[in-house]
Design a protein around this ligand. Structure first.
Ligand SMILES: Cc1cc2nc3c(=O)[nH]c(=O)nc-3n(C[C@H](O)[C@H](O)[C@H](O)COP(=O)(O)OP(=O)(O)OC[C@H]3O[C@@H](n4cnc5c(N)ncnc54)[C@H](O)[C@@H]3O)c2cc1C
Length: 315
């Protein structure tokens, strides 16, 4: 029986792990990987202490920091379900009246408290041709696939921070980059908007409602409707990068938490507590407004300190 199981090896989970280990909690961290979404960030310029750093490099530093502490780690395991089990206090298990069972694709683990820090994964657009051309020109990860489109024409779908960053990164490789934004203006940070404006290779198309992706063996065209004029247009492109946000990875815990309309876990913003006693959540999987590396780290720390207070009261 662990004191605490943390699910997720992104910035939130790793920081929660560091805080839990420093509080001497007997902690297990389970994650499918230790790169999270940050691993796909080409260049991070807003994590304090690093003027600029590759996302993968930052995650390597986070993991090294975690490994300095005494903490059990299960890498490459996929959590499938969490159950809360009510029991009579069992001295041999050293457990409280209730505990949690975490089932992965390999094993079952028990703990008195849980932190869900499972972040999210890219949202698909759900348009015709998107599934068909996945891996054949359609991608959800610029860092992974940018070399395939070197010297070619690409479209980025989404004008938020991640979309604008993707556009700038691709402009370093591609001959032309179109950024298609559904709203009437892009929403990314002003500093990114300025960089986009001054890059001659990038064109922004607003009010664009993507309808279809066409091609033969590989992507050839993207079809979109102008939401105001209703005019349908086509762009000849060799690659399409979908950057319209992330869907929270919450399936395995959804019976124990309350979700908002975006499918994010509702938490108490002071403590990261969820509706289930002993189950905390932090980072992008929650309804926290600003989804960034630094905020995920802060929320991860907060959730571990709250779990510590909860466990102290049980003993
Ligand atoms: C392309 C891109 C660029 C970005 N650029 C920046 C930037 O420049 N600056 C910035 O501040 N933010 C940036 N972000 C946002 C930032 O990456 C996220 O806010 C941050 O990674 C959230 O951290 P997290 O720990 O909550 O979740 P994640 O990073 O998503 O980590 C979640 C972890 O949980 C694991 N997991 C999920 N489900 C399970 C399961 N069932 N079982 C086991 N493990 C599981 C995942 O494998 C992953 O390791 C960017 C995001 C993207 C996609």
């Amino acid at each position: 029986m662990y004191d605490l199981i943390i699910i997720g090896g992104g910035p939130a989970g790793i920081t929660a792990g560091i805080y839990a280990a420093r509080k001497k909690l007997n902690t297990l961290l389970i994650s499918k990987d230790f790169v999270g979404q940050t691993g796909s960030a080409f260049e991070v310029e807003n994590y304090t202490g690093f003027k600029e750093i590759r996302g993968l490099e930052l995650m390597k530093k986070f993991k090294e920091h975690l490994e300095k502490f005494e903490i059990s780690i299960c890498e490459f395991e996929d959590v499938e379900e969490i159950k809360k089990i009510n029991s009579i206090r069992d001295k041999s298990l050293n457990s409280a009246n209730s505990f949690f069972e975490v089932k992965t694709d390999e094993k079952k683990y028990l703990a008195e408290a849980i932190i869900v820090a499972s972040g999210g994964s890219s949202k698909p657009m759900g348009v015709l041709g998107e599934k068909k051309f996945l891996g054949k020109g359609v991608s959800y990860c610029v860092t992974c696939d940018e070399t395939i489109v070197e010297g070619k024409i690409v479209a980025v779908i989404g004008g938020g921070n991640v979309g604008l960053e993707a556009g700038l990164e691709l402009a370093g490789f591609c001959s032309r980059v179109y950024i298609l934004e559904y709203a009437s203006k892009v929403t990314g940070d002003e500093i990114l908007q300025q960089k986009i404006k001054s890059d001659k290779k990038i064109s922004v198309i607003t009010n664009a409602d993507v309808k279809e992706i066409k091609g033969d063996n590989f992507v050839k065209k993207i079809v979109y409707e102008n939401r105001k004029s209703k005019k349908i247009s086509q762009l000849a492109v060799d690659g399409i990068f979908v950057e319209i946000g992330a869907a929270p990875a919450v399936n395995f815990a959804k019976n124990l938490v309350e979700l908002n309309d975006n499918g994010e876990i509702k938490i108490n913003p002071r403590t990261c507590a969820t509706k289930t006693d002993g189950l905390f959540a932090s980072g992008d999987v929650t309804d926290v407004r600003d989804k960034q590396i630094i905020t995920a780290c802060g929320e991860g720390a907060k959730s571990a300190l709250s779990a510590y207070e909860y466990l102290k009261k049980l003993k």
